[in-house]
Design a protein around this ligand. Structure first.
Ligand SMILES: Nc1ncnc2c1ncn2[C@@H]1O[C@H](COP(=O)(O)OP(=O)(O)O)[C@@H](O)[C@H]1O
Ligand SMILES: [Mg+2]
Length: 315
């Protein structure tokens, strides 16, 4: 599947960028709701009202002088993540997984000191990683410690699960695994591995890295077939509930499975990428059209995810 002809892509029902933008994002996503999902702090606060859990917020750093509070707060912490509220694509995220004396150990194993983290916070506030380069705020949240059954597949980073939710129905999903190339983050364009997941069961289908099919994780060497996501129906329902929280018709919902807390929402995306189709070896269009043809939409997130499990299961 290295190169697929436009005709073959059509046959698979692959959604392309232009059609996604015009027929789905522009048509189903209210522009006024974008600021909510483009800001991780706002997302966290809103979804909480809909019973969707996110990693615990430890601190919000809005101004330079608050960085000294961070220094005090972080002194006693073994693990946390610092991220720009308006960042994307894994840029500007520092994940700290341990301590060595006064130093902090990053997910990649690299050691950084407190002045490094403080400079990082300064850079975030200055807007170095924000979407439009405008000033931003930094959020410090608790470290997600992935369930071992999934963590073992990922190289030095928490794997996440991307679910495309259309009109409140989960339509396609993939697991993203960090690699050496992706530096402890599960972002595909940074070199993470994407593993398509069967909506019906939460089991793995195909896997890709840089849009090319692979069978084994490039760093961990583990086979990527037969991965099973636990509590799959719970995850789908949680993703479906983000529709009520945002009223956005076409979103990418990014979840992680924490070892003690279970499924948590990491972030929402109003312009989710299309590579998920490569990871699944299937196109989005037929599924989107199935949902568009429903005459009496299901009311509850649970009913919608149940419908999706039955309708979009790969045999
Ligand atoms: N609290 C956390 N604990 C551990 N890893 C995290 C945490 N938050 C983010 N990550 C890692 O960083 C990646 C990117 O984080 P995310 O919040 O999705 O931001 P982005 O918008 O940049 O993709 C995640 O896929 C995950 O691998
Ligand atoms: Mg992300």
């Amino acid at each position: 599947m290295d190169w697929i002809s436009p005709r073959a892509l059509n046959r698979l029902g692959m959604l392309n960028m232009n059609r996604r933008n015009v027929d789905y994002i522009a048509r189903y996503n209210e522009r006024s709701a974008f600021p909510l999902v483009d800001n991780k702090l706002k997302t966290k606060l809103v979804v909480a009202e809909y019973g969707v859990k996110t990693p615990k917020l430890l601190q919000v750093v809005r101004q330079q002088h608050e960085i000294s509070h961070f220094k005090e707060m972080a002194e006693d912490l073994a693990g946390f993540a610092i991220k720009p509220a308006k960042g994307s694509g894994g840029k500007g995220i520092t994940v700290i997984t341990g301590r060595d004396g006064d130093d902090y150990i990053k997910a990649s194993g690299a050691r950084v000191d407190s002045p490094f983290l403080q400079r990082h916070l300064t850079n975030i506030l200055a807007g170095l990683y924000s979407l439009a380069g405008t000033p931003d705020v930094a959020i410090v949240e608790s470290l997600v410690e992935s369930v071992p059954s999934l963590a073992k597949y990922s190289h030095q980073g928490v794997p996440d699960i991307r679910i495309i939710v259309f009109q409140g129905y989960p339509v396609m999903a993939m697991l993203r695994l960090a690699t050496t190339a992706s530096d402890g983050k599960a972002n595909l364009h940074q070199g993470a591995v994407g593993v398509g997941l069967d909506i019906g069961t939460g089991r793995s289908l195909n896997a890709v890295q840089f849009n090319r099919p692979i069978k084994l994780h490039p760093d961990t060497g583990l086979a990527l077939e037969n991965i099973q996501i636990e509590a799959w129906d719970e995850m789908l329902e949680m993703a479906a509930r983000c529709y009520e929280a945002t009223e956005l018709g076409y979103i990418g919902v990014d979840l992680v499975v924490d070892a003690t807390q279970g499924p948590l929402l990491l972030e929402l995306n109003a312009r989710p990428g299309l590579a998920i189709q490569m990871a699944n070896g299937r196109g989005l269009l037929p599924r989107l059209r199935t949902i568009e043809a429903i005459r009496r939409p299901h009311f509850s997130p649970q009913d919608r995810s149940r419908f999706a499990m039955e309708t979009f299961a790969s045999l």
